[in-house]
Design a protein around this ligand. Structure first.
Ligand code: ADP
Length: 719
């Protein structure tokens, strides 16, 4: 049996070397002693069997031993079996212990030596050739010692050389001898396993496997021995042949089973690598996973992944593992060695031995390793070779075509995974940069916003202050000009008096503008407060209409009023309502033709039919004047906005009236809308709550204290 993996670490290596040396020596000494004490034994055997038969039997047993040793096969991951020992057990009762132990050890040594030379079906691991050679010497102990021991025992129990009769006693003696061989072999092996660092449990498990197989073949070995005496060499030959065939069949079955297991393992590894790819791993973790998975399915005791660095034109060995030891990362310029060849040719490279490598003419980089086989495949992602994945073995021809295919699949998956990892890293970087940028921009915008708000507050404050300052002297101008107008009609020449009238008209107009600006800045600053009171809309409307009619120039149109009977008393700011009506009416009059009708219609709406969801009074002011175009209609409520016609109107204007109107309506939690058609007139419709307090309470309950538009416009700090 050979169930041992290469030696790792110096300590265990020294222990193993010592043990093999000791075992070999003990075995050799025991064989020499056996020979010395039984010098006449071979002569006796020849005498009984005859020279020709003896030679024929020695050759037969030697060849069968070699063949059975060669037919060693893998039973489990750790256990390798050969029936060689069956041939040894069968041999010694016929040829005697002396000839048998030397023949057995010679057969075992020759097959092992051929394995080291990588000849024949059994190949030795060459990672530590010194240990391998010592193992050959150790065979004196593994097989020589047990056979010498068994032959002595056999003789002690009355066994004869050569054994030629198939008696019951002989069978029992042969059984005892066979058991002695198996036991002694196991004792020796167990010490070797211990030196290799195997746990007791594992040792027992392996020895159980080993012993049970030898026990199963023990009857066969006894049959071979007894066949000679009863039926001659032909029987031995045919039984040996049968044994070889049986061994061969078992070997093939085991090989087939191993191959299937290997395929399954390979598929599992590939799928594991696939899974790894879909997870977020760092490059190192990813490479490590690829190595771990590869190790399960190929001889990856020497494993490397070299990535190509385009900038420096170098191969960077990101992962380099030799006999389980990870080497530090290293770089080599592209051009040298097998990895470079694979990268530059975009092709896999499979080398069976150093000899083949020389024949190929590719110069490899000396890495101090005595590896024979080399397999490297390009790692291709998106048609680009990003690196090389390679494995090496100390055995000749260790890798086959299916290893190449597997490694190619792994390498391509690895390449994609690395590419993805790189992309992910880049993306992370970009996202981070973008986040930073957004953060900075937001900060800048916030600062700008604060500055704007401060500027806006200053502007409103300035307007309020300025309007207030202007109003005081203006009131004096208007007041004194009106006194003069009353008193100086007869004193002043007609032209001068006209000037005085112009001063008063202009002063009044200016006062209106200033008042409007003041109101607007108050609203914007959130300082406009309503003074709601109970009153009758009918009277308010009538009062406004009266004033309008009273103004000489506005007497040119016909103003009609229609108030529904069900309109109740309202609770609103009457002053502001008058201001609203005055604005709307003066616009209607201003833009109506001579005599054109202007109508004020007041109706009541239940809350269900009202757009402001409270009991409502709807006031419509309509005219049949010039109308407003669709484009202009959208901006009609903007501050300082005037339509083309508005700018050309003889009485002028400021573009503040409608803006103020809407603000007043909305302060009442109402709303205003307009419909108009060029040449056919306009209708301004406003919806005001019948009771301001009710609307305010409802808005407070729903969390909306002012119409949305007003809240958006107003800087939050002013609120
Ligand atoms: P203004 O002081 O210019 O009248 P307003 O804000 O009251 O300012 O009106 C803005 C503009 O809307 C006016 O310049 C005018 O062009 C237009 N407008 C307002 N009411 C009417 C109307 N009834 N018919 C036609 N155009 C109107």
């Amino acid at each position: 049996m050979s169930a041992l993996t290469p030696v790792e670490g110096n300590l265990s290596r020294r222990r193993v070397i010592r043990l093999f040396a000791l075992q070999g020596t003990v075995g050799l000494v025991s064989m020499i002693l056996l020979t010395i004490f039984n010098l006449d034994q071979p002569a006796r055997v020849v005498e009984v069997l005859g020279t020709a038969n003896t030679v024929a039997l020695i050759v037969t047993f030697f060849l069968v031993s070699c063949t059975l040793q060669f037919l060693k096969f893998e039973l489990t991951d750790l256990v390798f079996v050969s029936f060689g020992i069956s041939a040894f057990v069968a041999m010694y009762p016929i040829l005697g212990g002396v000839i048998s132990c030397w023949t057995s050890v010679a057969a075992a040594m020759i097959t092992r030596y051929l394995g080291i030379r990588q000849i024949g079906p059994i190949k030795a691991d060459l990672s530590d050739p010194q240990v391998e050679y010592l193992k050959v010497y150790g065979l004196f102990g593994t097989y020589g010692l047990p056979i010498a021991l068994a032959s002595v025992l056999y003789e002690m129990f009355g066994g004869e050389y050569p054994t030629l009769s198939a008696t019951k006693e002989n069978v029992i003696r042969l059984l005892v001898g066979g058991l002695a061989v198996i036991l002694a072999n196991n004792v020796v092996l167990s010490r070797t396993m211990k030196a290799y660092g195997y746990e007791v449990q594992e040792r027992v498990r392996l020895l159980m496997y080993d012993s049970s197989i030898y026990l199963l073949t023990l009857p066969y070995a006894i049959c071979v021995t007894l066949a000679y005496g009863e039926m001659g060499i032909a029987a031995v030959l045919s039984l040996c042949f049968t044994g070889i065939i049986g061994n061969f069949a078992a070997r093939n079955l085991a090989a087939a089973r191993t191959a299937v297991q290997r395929q399954v393992q390979r598929l599992a590894s590939l799928s594991n690598i696939g899974k790894t790819i879909s997870l977020e791993f760092t490059t190192d973790e990813l490479l490590q996973t690829i190595y771990t998975e590869c190790r399960k399915v190929v001889d990856a005791s020497i494993f490397s992944i070299a990535l190509y660095d385009e900038r420096s034109n170098e191969l960077s060995f990101e992962l380099d593992i030799r006999d389980g030891v990870m080497l530090p990362k290293e770089r080599i310029p592209l051009g040298q060695g097998l990895n470079s060849w694979v990268l530059m040719h975009h092709q896999p490279l499979l080398i069976g031995s150093v000899h083949d490598e020389k024949k190929l003419g590719i110069v490899s980089v000396d890495d101090g390793l005595q590896s024979e086989s080399w397999l490297g495949v390009p790692m291709i992602a998106r048609d680009r070779v990003v690196g090389v994945l390679s494995i090496q073995s100390y055995r000749k021809n260790a890798f086959k075509e299916d290893d190449l295919m597997l490694l190619t699949a792994v390498a391509n998956q690895a390449a994609v995974a690395l590419e993805n990892a790189n992309l992910y890293r880049d993306l992370e970087g970009l996202t981070y940069a973008l986040e930073q940028r957004v953060h900075e921009r937001t900060k800048e915008l916030n600062e700008a916003n604060l500055r704007l708000m401060a500027a806006d507050r200053s502007k409103s404050q300035f307007l309020a202050n300025m309007s207030h300052e202007l109003r005081t002297p203006l009131n004096s101008i208007i007041g004194f000009s009106s006194v003069l107008l009353d008193t100086a009609r007869d004193l002043l020449p007609g032209r001068m008096y006209k000037f005085l009238e112009n001063i008063q008209t202009a002063g009044n107009h200016l006062l209106e503008v200033i008042n409007d600006i003041l109101d607007l800045s108050k609203i914007e600053a959130g300082k406009m407060e309503l003074l709601p009171d109970r009153f009758d809309v009918r009277e308010t409307v009538a009062a406004v209409v009266r004033v309008m009619r009273g103004l000489a120039s506005d007497d040119r149109v016909r103003i009609t009023t229609e108030v529904s009977e069900d309109v109740p008393l309202v609770v609103l700011d009457e002053g502001r309502l008058k201001q609203i009506l005055f604005n709307l009416l003066s616009n209607a009059v201003k833009f109506s033709p001579e005599g054109g009708p202007v109508t004020i219609r007041v109706t009541r709406l239940e809350k269900e039919e009202s757009p402001i969801f409270v009991d409502t009074v709807r006031i419509e002011v309509s005219d049949q004047g010039i109308g407003i175009g669709e484009e202009e209609l959208r901006r009609i409520f903007d501050e300082f906005y005037q339509t083309e016609a508005g700018r050309r109107a003889p009485k002028g204007g400021t573009g503040l009236g409608l803006s103020l109107t809407r603000n007043f309506v909305e302060l009442h939690h109402g709303t205003i809308e307009v419909t108009s058609e060029i040449g056919h007139g306009s209708t301004f419709t406003m919806y005001l709550p019948i009771n301001y307090h009710e609307a305010a309470a409802q808005h407070a309950a729903t969390g909306v204290s002012l119409p949305a538009r007003l809240r958006e416009q107003r800087p939050p700090t002013v609120h």
